[in-house]
Design a binder for this molecule. Structure first.
Ligand code: ZN
Length: 321
């Protein structure tokens, strides 16, 4: 009996594979990479990618998906509604620690955060007992606040720390509801330009080359689209270099993805660097230690488990060849 059925099975398999070949010769649809972001200046290279090429590339398309808050963005990332994001590194590390298979591919930027205070605050001591806002406890901003307090001989507990949506911070400072804040740009520059606040410290005075936002992708996306990921990262690095030149197109791209006054944006961009976006192990480990010290993580993901630098490495190798 079996001998009779085998030829039918073989014929069936041949037909299936023939159909597969037919569709393979047709134009293969290119994948769309859905990238989540918050409208902040820290996602500059991505804005430039999506603006200059209208999100269309040879073997993939980019769709920028805007979110109003970090928890909403993380929820979409963790459940696979988006393939990747420009996100605070601490939030991505926390998700990885909780078992979400994310890979950090490249930095979003370096430096570019400012510690803002009201004009009455002259030194860190004046902040003792006052209210200070951060966007999220899992943020470099929170780590920077801790480092600033330590550097000047105080502790984190000496200020009353509150979490607040970034866009609310400039108004809260102007109305004296808070004495200071640290958050992603352009919200620091906003208070400076309007004259309600001043720069107490630049992040590089407290923690040079601090990491803040990273480009992450879901590992299942990478595994299904390895070639596309290579192309995507190559383009991303090029856009980072171009963003660093602060040309006209960078300002145009910002106008596409966020509403910001040109003077505010100008000042904001003076503080940030989009060059050298490789995630270095030493810096990563330093950040991990800060998180442990503040009780934000018991066991941060190991560099080799969380960071996939093979794509950015590949771009650098191509350049050196
Ligand atoms: Zn950032």
């Amino acid at each position: 009996m079996k001998k009779i059925y085998i030829p039918f099975l073989v014929l069936f398999l041949l037909l299936v594979s023939a159909c597969g070949q037919t569709s393979g010769t047709e134009k293969i649809e290119k994948p769309t990479i859905k990238i989540g972001y918050l409208p902040i200046t820290h996602a500059g290279p991505l804005y430039l990618d999506a603006h200059l090429h209208h999100g269309e590339f040879e073997n993939y398309s980019i769709e920028m998906v805007k979110f109003g808050s970090w928890p909403d963005l993380m929820d979409a990332l963790n459940t696979g509604r988006i393939d990747g994001a420009s996100v605070l590194i601490e939030l991505a590390m926390k998700a990885r620690e909780q078992g979400i298979d994310l890979k950090a591919i490249a930095l979003g930027h370096k430096d570019g955060n400012v510690m803002i205070t009201s004009k009455e605050i002259e030194k860190t001591e004046d902040l003792v007992g006052k209210t200070y806002a951060i966007p999220h406890k899992f943020s470099t901003h929170n780590l920077l606040l801790n480092e600033m307090m330590k550097k000047d001989g105080f502790t984190y507990e000496d200020v009353n720390v509150v979490e607040m949506p970034p866009a609310e911070m400039p108004a809260a400072l102007a109305e004296n509801r808070i004495a200071g804040y640290v958050v992603a740009e352009p919200f620091g520059a906003h208070s400076v330009v309007l004259g309600h606040g001043k720069v107490h410290y630049h992040s590089n005075e407290i923690w040079p080359d601090s990491y803040c936002c990273v480009l992450v992708l879901r590992n299942d996306f990478i595994q299904q689209h390895e070639e596309v990921t290579h192309s995507f990262v190559k383009q991303y690095v090029e856009s980072g270099k171009r963003a660093n030149e602060r040309g006209k197109e960078l300002f145009e791209s910002f106008a596409t993805f966020m509403q910001v006054d040109e003077e505010v944006l100008d000042l904001s961009l003076e503080w940030i660097s989009f060059a050298e976006l490789r995630i270095e192990e030493e810096e990563y480990n330093k950040l991990s230690q800060f998180m442990v010290e503040m009780g934000l993580s018991e066991q941060p993901p190991a560099y080799e488990d969380f960071v996939d630098h093979s794509f950015i490495e590949d771009v650098q190798n191509v350049r050196e060849r």
